[in-house]
Design a protein around this ligand. Structure first.
Ligand SMILES: Cc1ncc(C[n+]2csc(CCOP(=O)(O)OP(=O)(O)O)c2C)c(N)n1
Ligand SMILES: [Mg+2]
Length: 186
């Protein structure tokens, strides 16, 4: 499964959930797969999608919030796994697109081929944490985490094959903020 295929599958499981996307290719590719007002694209700020997703989940506990993270992003902000596990937001789904590289900046190797991030999430106290390797497993696990109480973590193993020719997010950071807030302001 490629990262793009994983994002396409994730998009089919979404209704009106806030979705906070990690910076780099993950935001760019998801923008091309399905641009939604409820997508909060991180532009530049690596490691912070999980913090913003946690904030959105705590602010709107009646809505399921989805974080689409990357392995490099999770490694950079590992402490946020503890923060999420401690806050225990039942409405939070934390997905990590794991291509074992920093693909957006040239495919430098990350540590996720030897450090099992789904076990790190579990050890921190996420009540549910799984690794998926195939598109069939991803669909099966998304069916679970999008309906059960969280916080849930899915490590989605993918091949590094994002298309660098695909366009960048065309919305400015202010537009991303404003349209996200216009949908989710309580
Ligand atoms: C603090 C900081 N350091 C470095 C970067 C440059 N940078 C942007 S995306 C990225 C890689 C992110 O890796 P990962 O989360 O695995 O996503 P992938 O690119 O593999 O999809 C890096 C290093 C940045 N934006 N901010
Ligand atoms: Mg990566």
């Amino acid at each position: 499964m490629t990262g793009t295929e994983a994002l396409e599958i994730i998009a089919t499981f979404l209704k009106d959930e806030p979705v906070v996307l990690a910076n780099g290719f993950i935001s760019r590719e998801f923008f091309n797969v399905e641009d939604r007002k409820g997508n909060f694209y991180m532009i530049g700020s690596m490691g912070l999608a999980s913090s913003i997703g946690l904030g959105a989940a705590l602010a709107q506990p009646e809505r399921r919030t989805v974080i689409v993270d990357g392995d490099g992003n999770v490694l950079m902000s590992m402490g946020t796994l503890a923060m999420i596990a401690s806050a225990k937001p039942k409405n939070l789904v934390h997905l990590c697109i794991d291509n074992e590289v920093y693909e957006s900046t040239g495919k430098q190797r990350s540590l996720s081929n030897e450090i099992a991030l789904e076990k790190v999430a579990e050890a921190n106290g996420y009540p549910y944490s799984q690794r998926v390797d195939t598109s069939e497993e991803l669909k099966q696990e998304l069916g679970k985490v999008m309906s059960q109480e969280g916080p849930s973590f899915l490590l989605v193993k993918v091949t590094a094959s994002f298309d660098s020719a695909r366009g960048r997010v065309t919305h400015s950071p202010e537009e991303i903020r404003d349209r996200f807030m216009s949908v989710y302001r309580s």
